[in-house]
Design a protein around this ligand. Structure first.
Ligand SMILES: [Fe+2]
Length: 420
């Protein structure tokens, strides 16, 4: 086990965390009807049924099969159906066809979850002493993996529902914030050689390591995200019609896909609306603009005479703030207006201008779990901070989320930066 993955948890804490995390996934799915579990609206999303089976496959493959003596898989073909991208484990069902799996049924997938849970609790209650560290490390990885899929469930359910002309609400009882916009305050940073990345005993993914020095020039960051009202001014100023504002790839994407505004916005009779997990709502001017691609975030920043922050600039700033914010447990499932203290963690993932690539000296985890992060280090961009659909406690300053620059179904937004 790599040094940076040292575990603090013992078996009892592990069992509690396992129970809590697995139960939360099922709470997220509780408002769904059986029909909702089946939908895959675009190739990037997965049906909820696939998500909740896949996270169970992860525990079955990386914990139960190697460590629980005599374990028999729940179903001989589930390893094929619910492997996501682990080529070293075996072949897999094509991702774009996950929505075609009407079998196993939702009920059978819940039986699969219960079977995996029963055996996981057996393993965790008496782990073989010689493999204890490996088991506890893989448990933590599996739980963090399931948390990532919890956020994906919110994202994917939202997209799945958005393509239905009935625009169903995932939840009708979500809190709705009545807020106010407030001016941006600019925070100055002096630059110099700063250290970024993770080290020490707390859990982090391999892609956050090793911690290392970076040279930063003086910079300033907005203390909150860009709002809907600010972004609407860009739309109404012809931002989507002016090629001078766009990266060439971005201009190509918005022309080809006929994008004229953020995902989930619509306009009728001069009124702007936004589709949310609580259904269609009037566009709230004071809330952060969300579901932007990196191209849109970048074009907005250029229009505003600013730029996107780099990953290092944002990580350094996040490190100076408490790890608090509007996460999934706040139960808005939508970004909120910035408070007077500023807006740092939560609400929306901040696009950065930094490509997702390896830190100097990066070493992926050994074996199949090395496929978790490292092999995706091409053509994607880093986002930081966490969002309103991120499980509380799942993110941190060094956390590196990543999406392709054209992706916009994640809860992504824009924070402005400028040179100091
Ligand atoms: Fe996964």
């Amino acid at each position: 086990m790599p040094e940076h993955m040292t575990l603090q948890a013992d078996e009892t804490a592990g069992i509690d965390a396992y129970r809590r995390t697995r139960a939360y996934t099922e709470r997220i799915c509780a408002p769904l009807e059986n029909d909702d579990y089946q939908v895959q609206s675009i190739v990037e999303t997965s049906p909820p049924k696939w998500h909740i089976a896949h996270v169970s496959w992860f525990f079955e493959t990386f914990l139960l099969a190697p460590f629980l003596p005599g374990y028999r898989p729940f179903h001989p073909r589930f390893a094929y159906l619910f492997n996501s991208y682990y080529e070293t484990v075996g072949s897999m069902h094509p991702r774009p066809q996950r929505g075609l799996l009407s079998r196993p049924t939702v009920e059978e997938v819940y039986e699969y979850r219960a079977y995996v849970d029963e055996h996981m609790l057996k393993l965790l209650s008496s782990p073989p002493e010689t493999r204890r560290d490996d088991i506890l490390f893989r448990l933590q990885l599996g739980l963090n993996h399931e948390q990532q899929h919890q956020e994906l469930l919110f994202m994917d359910i939202k997209h799945n529902f958005s393509v239905n002309p009935l625009l169903p609400a995932y939840r009708t009882d979500l809190q709705v914030e009545a807020g106010n916009a407030r001016p941006v305050r600019w925070v100055e940073y002096s630059g110099g050689i700063q250290r970024i990345g993770a080290e020490g005993p707390g859990f982090h993914f391999d892609n956050e390591t090793p911690r290392h020095g970076v040279l930063l020039n003086p910079w300033r960051l907005a203390d909150r995200l860009v709002t809907n009202a600010e972004y609407l001014a860009f739309v109404q100023d012809g931002g989507y019609q002016d090629p001078r504002l766009w990266l060439a790839d971005g201009w190509h994407v918005i022309r080809q896909r006929e994008w004229h505004h953020p995902l989930y916005w619509s306009e009728s009779d001069g009124e702007w609306w936004e589709f949310t997990l609580g259904g269609k709502r009037p566009l709230a001017p004071y809330q952060p603009v969300c579901h932007l691609s990196a191209y849109e975030a970048d074009a907005y920043a250029r229009w505003a005479g600013k730029r996107l922050p780099t990953e290092a600039e944002l990580e350094y700033a996040l490190d100076g703030h408490p790890l608090e914010g509007n996460f999934a447990d706040s139960d808005y499932l939508h970004p909120r207006a910035a408070s007077n203290e500023g807006q740092w963690y939560g609400d929306l993932w901040n696009w950065t201008s930094t490509p997702y690539s390896a830190y100097p000296g990066f070493r992926p985890l050994d074996g199949s779990m090395g496929e978790y992060n490292g092999k995706f280090m091409a053509n994607q961009m880093v986002l930081k901070g966490g969002c309103c659909a991120t499980p509380a406690g799942h993110t941190r300053a060094s956390y590196r989320n990543f999406f392709y620059p054209h992706d916009r179904w994640a809860f992504s937004g824009v924070r402005l930066a400028e040179d100091g």
